[in-house]
Ligand binder design. Structure first.
Ligand code: CTP
Length: 411
């Protein structure tokens, strides 16, 4: 039995040359045991006849909003998931703007089922800012966009705009019905910089924006985990559904983490914690006097190392920001702190040239465990976070599968 067995899937077909691939999509869905109903836009019927889809789905194909005035509501309620493949630029625009002037867009507006969109169009139409803005809106509203792929197009041009292959669409659709990767798990994430006070108005800090940690907290929550985010001062809104604890100094971050770590299964230390703090915090503002001023700094406790030393302990993931010898330095930290995983990225001039690292919206990570090495290529921090959470979940489940997938302290 597959994840799609017995599932009610509504397939929307829009006008485009890729509509012929929808026949194969239908065949694969039926083969996986799904119940399938098809809705075609009027332009789709110019490319493939409804009869083809009727024969493949074993159900009449719906097309006209007014054939049955309640069809859009009935189909919207019937579907457990809706996949529009191919999704044309027009239908993406209709869905993004909440128009309901044909059957498919009316269903899109009326449904509470997940909406999966597999765009297919000419590469210039895809790249057009109007289409990109519609796609961004749809993503924001939690629609799952699959593709498009790059390659040669029916119009003779080359670029992004090809519909993904039906087998890839079926696999992604099946993923919707799998239990979330981190359901019943609690993930504790640290993020952002810390501030180490010199006097009432000055502090030592660093350039961490918190974007990576916040993206990880969001991705973990989307993967079904309960998430606690312990954050240094940043200008980001806490992700939806995440418990956020705001702190300033490394000492406060340590206290907040240690107070919560016993209930967590996975600890991700993404914060750029200050290694040192001023030995003395002046009560009053430090006045300028001598030409030079010497500051005495003392070491802060290493929160991650402290958590990793506990027994029992959560699955521990650290970060390493390096300007040289990335692999050696990261692996040395993995071993020294006895971590389960470390995610290393370049910082400094090299990272700035590549627009990754601190304060950037992009990142690239080399992820090491004791016996694996995975490269997450440059991408948005959101996408990198999603991939890293997947990787963490995979290693976490592998490690604890013999014990009902839980670290020993949660048994
Ligand atoms: N970390 C921590 N508490 C600290 C310092 C670091 O939890 N006081 C965590 C960070 O969140 C990160 C990892 O440890 O996950 C970074 O390790 P660290 O050895 O501090 O790396 P760098 O700051 O890059 O250290 P170094 O300057 O020695 O390269």
């Amino acid at each position: 039995m597959t994840d799609l067995n017995g599932r009610r899937i509504l397939v929307g077909v829009c006008g485009g040359i890729a509509a012929y691939k929808s026949a194969e999509l239908l065949r694969l869905l039926r083969r996986q045991g799904a119940e399938v109903r098809v809705v075609m836009t009027s332009s789709a019927t110019r490319f493939v006849t409804p009869l083809t889809f009727q024969a493949l789905s074993g159900q009449p194909v719906a097309n006209d909003l007014f054939d049955d005035p309640m069809a859009h509501i009935e189909l919207a309620r019937w579907a457990e998931a809706i996949i529009v493949a191919p999704a044309s630029a027009t239908t993406l625009a209709r869905l993004a703007h909440g128009l309901a002037d044909d059957l498919l867009s009316a269903i899109g507006l009326a449904t509470e089922a997940p909406l999966v969109l597999a765009p297919a169009m000419n590469q210039a139409m895809w790249r057009n800012p109007a289409t990109q803005a519609n796609v961004a809106l749809l993503r924001q509203r939690a629609c799952l966009l699959l593709g498009p792929a790059e390659g040669e197009q029916a119009c003779g041009e080359t670029g992004p705009g090809r519909m993904l292959e039906p087998a890839e669409l079926v696999e992604a659709l099946a993923g919707l019905f799998q239990p979330p990767l981190l359901s019943r798990r609690t993930v504790l994430v640290t993020a952002g910089p810390t501030r180490e006070a010199l006097d009432p108005v000055r502090f030592l800090s660093n350039r961490s924006s918190g974007k990576m940690g916040y993206a990880l907290a969001e991705a973990a929550a989307r993967a079904g985990a309960e998430v606690i985010l312990v954050s240094g001062p940043v200008s980001l809104a806490p992700p939806p559904g995440v418990e956020c604890v705001q702190v300033e100094s490394a000492a406060q971050m340590r206290e907040a983490v240690l107070a919560r770590v016993d209930v967590c299964d996975i600890f991700i230390a993404a914060a750029a914690v200050a290694d040192y703090r001023p030995a003395h915090r002046a009560e009053e503002k430090i006045k300028k006097s001598a030409e030079t001023l010497r500051l005495e700094l003392v070491r802060n406790a290493d929160i991650l190392a402290e958590v990793a030393k506990r027994s029992p302990r959560p699955f521990c993931v650290g970060f390493a920001a390096e300007t040289e010898n990335l692999a050696d330095n990261a692996q040395a930290k993995l071993n020294a702190k006895q971590l389960d995983m470390i995610a290393a990225n370049w910082v400094g001039p090299l990272a700035e040239r590549e627009h990754t690292g601190f304060d950037s919206d992009h990142n690239a990570l080399h992820v090491y465990t004791r016996d694996s090495d995975t490269l997450l290529r440059k991408s948005s921090k959101g996408h990198i976070a999603e991939q890293l959470i997947e990787l963490i979940a995979r290693h976490y489940h592998e490690r604890y599968s013999a014990q009902d997938s839980r670290p020993p302290h949660r048994q």
